[in-house]
Design a protein around this ligand. Structure first.
Ligand SMILES: Cc1ncc(COP(=O)(O)O)c(C=O)c1O
Length: 362
């Protein structure tokens, strides 16, 4: 299914996201610490202890390095590319904005593969582009056909594509060979591949290729390294693409604590590996618990997944009164679903108990 619209910003609605709404918590008399958050797709095992030590050592009264040289160097080494092919940013959200500023002009054709993260559509609209949304269908468990995407790329010839892989909120994913095939076959299209969740599914492989001018990969360290409060992301791409992002970025957007945290997090690979394994085991038990409740959870390559609950907003509300936050998916056009991100086993048990109570009206 595809919809097409051309719009000229800035009358574009704000995007809806997961994570606690602090105003709502205040109205309900809840403190953020009282809420177990299954709505943000973050590593529930938290940051490496090395991150806390690095942050504690960082002076607060000095400007951060505007070029984030140490972090850029650590990322380049980690990725096996030159530092000129990497840019650190204030979360991958900032990179979506920078890429849109640098590479989109009014009436450019932009393809979004939906349902997906709302900032792509929002930025395409704010830049006044012609947007086509190719939307996956429920009957296919929201998996898109690579052949159908290839046909759109060939016939519509978009200037830019936003591809979230693995995709938020559906958890569907393409292996890197499929994405690379599109990149090579359609050199006039710039592929912005958002791999914010790839660290949770590394077997898929990355589309990053610094020798190809038409692909820019975005990654988030707020998710896998659990740095959401500090905000950290990075882009990997050909030198000239990264240079174009640098030209439109605001100064000092990556603060000193985030830079220090990023370097420390990259050094502690065992922490990420270990938490990824524990989350995978916890997810499998959580899916089994939903099945026991007779609730349908959709297959997902990520730690989060969709569950069909009937009225997603009502379920979210009822759970929040019990101190449990899930993502209601109405803003994705999926009002019958909630998205849940696996947490630690004991926390997942609380979620299942709360679901049981909500279903029995207690
Ligand atoms: C697909 C996707 N991209 C980017 C982001 C933004 O992440 P960050 O915290 O790195 O800005 C999110 C956050 O939910 C996301 O789901």
């Amino acid at each position: 299914m595809a919809t097409e619209l051309c719009s000229l910003g800035p009358d574009v609605p704000l995007a809806v996201h997961g994570a606690p709404d602090y105003g709502e918590l205040r109205r309900l008399g809840l403190r953020p610490a009282d809420v177990l958050d299954f709505s943000s797709n973050i590593n529930a095992y938290g940051p490496s202890p090395a991150v806390r030590e690095a942050v504690a050592r960082t002076p607060l009264d000095r400007y951060p390095d505007n070029d984030a040289l140490a972090l850029r160097g650590a990322l380049a080494e980690h990725l096996g590319v030159s530092p000129q092919c990497v840019l650190a940013a204030n979360g991958s959200s900032e990179l979506i904005w920078l890429a849109s500023l640098a590479f989109l002009r009014p009436f450019d054709r932009v393809l979004v593969l939906g349902p997906t993260f709302a900032e792509y559509e929002r930025m395409a609209a704010l830049r006044g582009t012609c947007l086509k949304i190719h939307r996956a269908e429920e009957k296919d468990h929201f998996a898109l056909s690579p052949a159908a995407i290839n046909d759109i790329l060939a016939s519509w010839r978009p200037h830019l594509v936003f591809l979230c892989n693995p995709n938020n909120p559906t958890g569907t994913a393409f292996g890197a060979p499929i994405v690379r095939d599109w990149i090579y076959k359609h050199p006039y299209t710039l592929f912005i591949v958002d791999e914010s969740y790839l660290a949770f599914a590394p077997d898929l492989g990355s589309a990053a290729d610094t020798t190809q001018d038409n692909v820019l990969v975005l990654r988030s360290m707020t998710k896998d390294h659990a740095l959401a409060g500090l905000r950290l992301g990075y882009a990997v791409g050909a030198e000239q693409r990264i240079a174009a992002l640098v030209r439109v970025r605001p100064p000092w957007s990556v603060n000193a604590l985030a830079q220090a945290a990023g370097v420390a997090a990259l050094r502690d690979r065992a922490h990420l590996r270990c938490s990824r394994e524990r989350l995978a085991a916890a997810k499998s038990d959580l899916l089994a618990a939903f099945a026991e409740l007779g609730m349908q959870a959709l297959p997902s390559a990520a730690p989060f997944f969709l569950v069909r609950v009937g009225d997603g907003a009502a379920i979210r509300r009822a759970l929040l009164h019990k101190g449990i936050l899930v993502r209601d998916c109405a803003s994705f056009g999926l009002p019958q679903y909630v998205r849940i991100c696996t947490r630690r086993p004991e926390e997942n048990a609380r979620l299942i108990a709360a679901f049981r109570e909500v279903r029995h009206g207690s």
